[in-house]
Design a protein around this ligand. Structure first.
Ligand SMILES: Nc1ncnc2c1ncn2[C@@H]1O[C@H](COP(=O)(O)OP(=O)(O)O)[C@@H](O)[C@H]1O
Ligand SMILES: [Mg+2]
Length: 297
């Protein structure tokens, strides 16, 4: 305990679930490990049995034992990540006993905290349980869901909000996994916050009647207006934060902003957690490995 308090003074980032609970009074509903290399499994679509077939198109043979060890290590990281996502899915589904969450928003304090990656994997994992799932790319400024799933982005949410097309016509059905549908953002636009006021709540309400779960990917909350509108249109909001990187102050601002809006905060997901188990305890680290990885490349 003494050590934890001292490290709180020395480091103003968030690192571990106890700290989030103690200092920010919010629950951590998931801890996701760092993954060094997503290239061999860029999208959940490719998760469907393509690993190890040698057809990943990058032509990079794994003949060397060191290269093979790296592939094995990376596979382990990916499967730890996927396992953590399944745990996250289960805690989301079990969150509210009387009123099941049918739509969740993924946001964060700043860009690049891992929101879209979590949203994509969460939606895919939910669909894998044979549940109808809709993933909506609500980041109209920096759309990315279409890239993760390699689907077209010429038509999407922005056209739906402009009433140029019905959402049902803009949804892309995927087969891998079956039951996962995607509504891409459409071409990037700076009118995002104007558009979001135009019928997003109705869209979410209608979609939540058709699907078991609607996952809405959002821009970062600090500095943009539209995630605030989005937060009030969904049943629950999930904040993604990077362990050892996101400042406690930024996270606390996000939490108080959501509380002021009376949005339902489901909890915080800590991303890129480096975890070691020693003497039965988990120790959490920041993302120092990332720097290490960058330097060594
Ligand atoms: N657990 C993780 N380990 C390593 N890299 C990650 C992890 N989660 C996300 N990333 C990487 O971080 C970058 C930003 O992720 P992204 O999901 O696009 O963030 P956001 O949507 O919050 O801007 C991407 O390159 C992504 O591959
Ligand atoms: Mg994103």
């Amino acid at each position: 305990m003494g050590a934890a308090v001292l490290s709180d003074v020395l480091d103003n980032t968030i690192r571990d679930p106890d700290q989030v609970a103690r200092l920010l009074n919010a629950d951590v509903i998931g801890s996701l490990p760092a993954v060094k290399d997503w290239r061999r499994r860029l999208s959940p679509i490719q998760m469907q049995g393509q690993i190890g077939t040698g057809h990943n198109g990058n032509g990079n043979g794994h003949g060397h034992p060191a290269a093979l060890a790296e592939v094995v290590e990376n596979e382990q990281m990916l499967s730890n990540y996927e396992e953590a996502i399944r745990t996250l899915r289960n805690s989301i589904l079990l969150t509210d006993f009387d009123r099941r969450l049918r739509s969740v928003l993924m946001t964060s304090a700043s860009p690049s905290e891992g929101k879209s990656t979590v949203a994509a994997h969460l939606a895919a994992t939910h669909a894998q349980q044979h549940k109808r799932t809709l993933l909506i790319d609500g980041d109209l400024r920096r759309p990315s869901v279409h890239r993760l799933f390699q689907v077209p982005n010429n038509v999407g949410l922005c056209d739906v909000l402009l009433k140029q097309i019905s959402w049902l016509d803009a949804v892309i059905m995927t087969d891998s996994p079956k039951g996962l549908d995607i509504l891409p953002a459409g071409p990037a636009t700076r009118r995002a916050s104007d558009l979001m006021g135009m019928g997003l709540a109705e869209l979410i309400e209608e979609a939540a009647r058709e699907y078991d779960l609607v996952v809405l990917d959002a821009p970062p909350l600090l500095g943009f207006a539209e995630p605030l509108q989005m937060a009030t249109a969904v049943d629950g909001v999930i904040i993604v934060a990077r362990a050892g990187d996101t400042s406690r102050k930024a996270l606390s601002t996000v939490i108080t902003t959501l509380a002021r809006l009376r949005a339902n905060l489901v909890g915080v997901v800590l991303n890129e957690v480096h975890r070691e188990v020693s003497a039965g305890y988990y120790y959490y680290y920041g993302h120092y490995n990332k720097y290490y990885t960058k330097r060594s490349q």
